[in-house]
Design a binder for this molecule. Structure first.
Ligand SMILES: Nc1ncnc2c1ncn2[C@@H]1O[C@H](COP(=O)(O)OP(=O)(O)OP(=O)(O)O)[C@@H](O)[C@H]1O
Ligand SMILES: O=C(O)[C@H](O)COP(=O)(O)O
Length: 401
């Protein structure tokens, strides 16, 4: 895999009295009252910040929130301050901007061990353009750059990539390192047998991941909406299930590739079908080969759960990306819930279980099993790109990458 595992060490850096620009990913969901509805990313950012504080650094935190076009109050990072302060056990100060004189003044006032949160870096269009002058302005605020924003490491933006060109040393934070250790380390050098479970809505968004994993895994389990494209490619009827007609040949070639590589590619043997895409739909379980006309598959069935569980019992490393069904609707959540429980059980038996970001993380959290897994990624798009074997620009820009 192209991305290196080790990206320089925060532990070797001289921190006392140093101004440290820390890019974190505080892009958390907020409700209409600007209350944080999932603080996972805030909690994940804490170990690096605490370490810097404890070593006498002056911490400058930078993040984006959402995808604002210009200054947009609802995308302000202000709602993050109370939770951050609470988790750090110390007051976090907030700047109204991320560059400029006012910010420079506030930076100069940070005491050793103090923390200043800059306003949403995406309020400047220069951020996403990776504008060098903007990156230089951010760099000029500090003596050292720490990138801990794994969730945004697939973006070559000014605060995630550009700044590292002008501010050295540029090192990975603890969260970044942990994500890379699991998603690159465990996947490129897994304890075998190694299984991947890939679900989610469409084949098209997972082609790269499936192709890359086919070179590494012993077992590939498929679920979610994408399976119907595979069934149709096999000549089965799929009723009104989600199908990508233009991906039928691709599905066939992936099945052939699995065969030639000796990978056990497993598709569900039964599915839960519904008469409409709705939480109150009528539903029933049918064999995958007998999906009635007018019905759509929205979850994997009990036989599939049993077969998949038995296959997973033989493994030592498992990576999971994408739900098995429409888990947001209770009626179609059983397959995803069962896989989450299976992985939690196997983790307790010493199997390495990695949840690769996005909706699968939400699914695991929904059933309260997040802390049972070996690793839960804080990056959706970033973890997907890593699993595809891509180099993340935010990682590449760091010191010894
Ligand atoms: N049989 C199905 N038919 C239609 N939609 C499905 C089906 N099974 C799962 N889904 C939907 O797929 C969506 C998740 O797909 P997606 O490809 O985005 O997964 P993900 O990889 O976990 O998320 P992300 O892209 O954020 O990493 C869920 O909203 C789920 O409801
Ligand atoms: O939530 C994410 O995936 C990251 O914070 C990156 O956000 P983006 O997709 O808006 O760049």
């Amino acid at each position: 895999m192209a991305t290196k595992k080790s990206v320089g060490s925060l532990k070797e850096a001289d921190l006392k009295g140093k101004k440290v620009f820390v890019r974190v990913d505080l892009n958390v969901p907020l409700d209409d009252n600007l209350k944080i509805t999932d603080d996972t990313r805030v909690r994940a950012a804490v170990p690096t910040i605490k370490y810097l504080k404890d070593h006498g650094a002056k911490v400058i935190l930078s993040s984006h929130l959402g995808r604002p076009k210009g200054v947009t109050p609802k995308y302000s990072l202000k709602p993050l301050v109370p939770r951050l302060s609470e988790l750090l056990g110390a007051e976090v100060k907030m700047a109204n901007d991320c560059i400029g004189e006012e910010v420079e003044k506030l930076v100069a006032e940070i005491p050793e061990g103090g923390v200043l949160l800059l306003e949403n870096v995406r309020f400047y269009k220069e951020e996403e353009k990776n504008d060098p002058d903007f990156a230089k302005k951010l760099a000029s605020l500090a003596d050292l750059y720490v990138n801990d924003a794994f969730g945004t490491a697939h973006r070559a933006h000014a605060s995630t990539e550009g700044v590292a060109k002008y501010l050295k040393p540029a090192v990975a934070g603890f969260l970044m390192q942990k994500e890379l250790d699991f998603l690159v380390g465990a996947v490129s050098n897994p304890t075998k047998p190694f299984a991947a479970i890939v679900g989610g809505s469409k084949v098209s968004s997972k082609i790269g991941v499936i192709e890359s994993l086919l070179n590494k895994v012993d077992i590939l389990i498929l679920g979610g909406g994408m399976i119907f494209t595979f069934y149709k490619a096999q000549g089965l009827s799929v009723g009104s299930s989600l199908v990508e007609e233009d991906k039928l040949d691709l599905a066939t070639s992936l099945m052939e590739k699995a065969k030639s590589k000796g990978v056990a590619l497993m598709l569900p043997s039964d599915v839960v079908v519904a008469d409409k895409f709705a939480a109150d739909a009528n539903s029933k379980t049918v064999p995958s080969s007998s999906i009635p006309d007018g019905w759509m598959g929205l979850d994997i069935g009990p036989d599939s759960i049993k077969t998949f569980s038995e296959a997973l019992d033989t493994t030592k490393t498992i990576i999971w990306n994408g739900p098995m069904g429409v888990f947001e609707m209770e009626k179609f959540a059983a397959g995803t819930d069962a896989i989450a429980k299976k992985l939690a059980d196997l983790s307790a038996k010493g199997v390495t279980t990695i949840i690769g970001g996005g909706d699968s993380v939400a699914a695991v959290e929904k059933v309260g099993l997040a802390d049972k897994m070996s690793h839960i990624s804080t990056g959706g798009g970033a973890s997907l790109e890593l699993l595809e074997g891509k180099v993340l620009p935010g990682v590449l820009a760091l010191n010894d990458a």
